[in-house]
Design a protein around this ligand. Structure first.
Ligand SMILES: NC(=O)c1ccc[n+]([C@@H]2O[C@H](COP(=O)([O-])OP(=O)(O)OC[C@H]3O[C@@H](n4cnc5c(N)ncnc54)[C@H](OP(=O)(O)O)[C@@H]3O)[C@@H](O)[C@H]2O)c1
Length: 217
């Protein structure tokens, strides 16, 4: 197996992983799809016109240079702990919102109010791995419904410290039917996580076009 900078893998076949997979395939983006349940990954891949190859998580980590890790924050922490130095040199894409259900049936933040899951996860990565925050700013239904919007694409914000890694992910956002807008470095990631001012479930509260996004920044 070889590692290629441009090989993309989605890890996690739940709500976000599955919807991203459909969006990428619709845009002609080829990728590896990996979940703990390999049969579930195979079933999803079978419907994606040959754009997705279902593999084990281990194989995805070995082969891909860009890993979209579509799992919850605690599982993401465990994923980094498990794969450690095998993530060095890779672009790690983080859609996580640091939230969990509360007693009233809504969501609450599970880390400090001023903390960002993107920054926490970036701090756990081995040297040489570059985290980009993306694909978590819209709810799962909106991720499907707002893709390929005409006449103007809806925006997906992203945050990156590393320009080249950010550019790679901007290309993936385009491939999935959205217009990428960078909010800045990872110190801005909190703005595009749930309850952040640019999140669908935050002050912005909706999808925006590029000109609206630039005003909101
Ligand atoms: N749902 C939303 O509207 C939404 C919107 C924006 C961002 N997000 C963020 O996106 C992330 C995923 O959310 P989701 O709604 O897609 O959750 P989900 O539907 O519960 O899916 C999570 C997936 O992660 C998989 N997983 C967990 N640990 C794994 C590992 N070590 N290796 C491979 N797969 C693993 C789970 O597999 P098993 O089935 O084996 O447990 C499950 O398929 C979360 O961080 C969430 O905050 C969600």
């Amino acid at each position: 197996m070889t590692t290629s900078d441009s090989t993309v893998a989605i890890i996690g076949t739940g709500n976000i992983g599955g919807r991203l997979a459909a969006n990428f395939a619709a845009g002609g983006q080829d990728f590896l799809l990996a979940g703990r349940d390999e049969e579930a990954a195979r079933k999803i891949a079978a419907d994606l016109d040959g754009h997705a190859e279902a593999v084990s998580v281990d194989e995805a980590v070995d082969r891909a240079g860009v890993l979209v890790v579509a799992v919850w924050l605690d599982d993401f922490r465990q994923f980094i702990a498990q794969y450690g130095d095998r993530l060095a040199g890779k672009v790690i894409v983080d859609p996580s919102n640091p939230v969990g259900p509360d007693d009233t049936g809504t969501y609450r933040k599970v880390i400090g109010a001023q903390e960002s899951s993107g920054q926490i996860l970036a701090g756990l990565l081995p040297a040489g791995a570059r985290l980009v925050k993306a694909f978590g700013t819209l709810s799962a239904p909106t991720l499907s419904a707002a893709a390929w919007r005409e006449p103007e694409r809806a925006v997906q914000f992203y945050a990156a410290d590393d320009d080249a890694a950010g550019d790679l992910v901007a290309g993936l956002i385009r491939a999935g039917g959205f217009d990428p807008v960078r909010v800045g470095g990872l110190d801005q990631a909190i703005r595009i996580e749930m309850f952040g001012d640019l999140h669908e479930y935050g002050a912005l509260g909706r999808t925006v076009t590029r000109s609206e996004a630039l005003q909101a920044l």
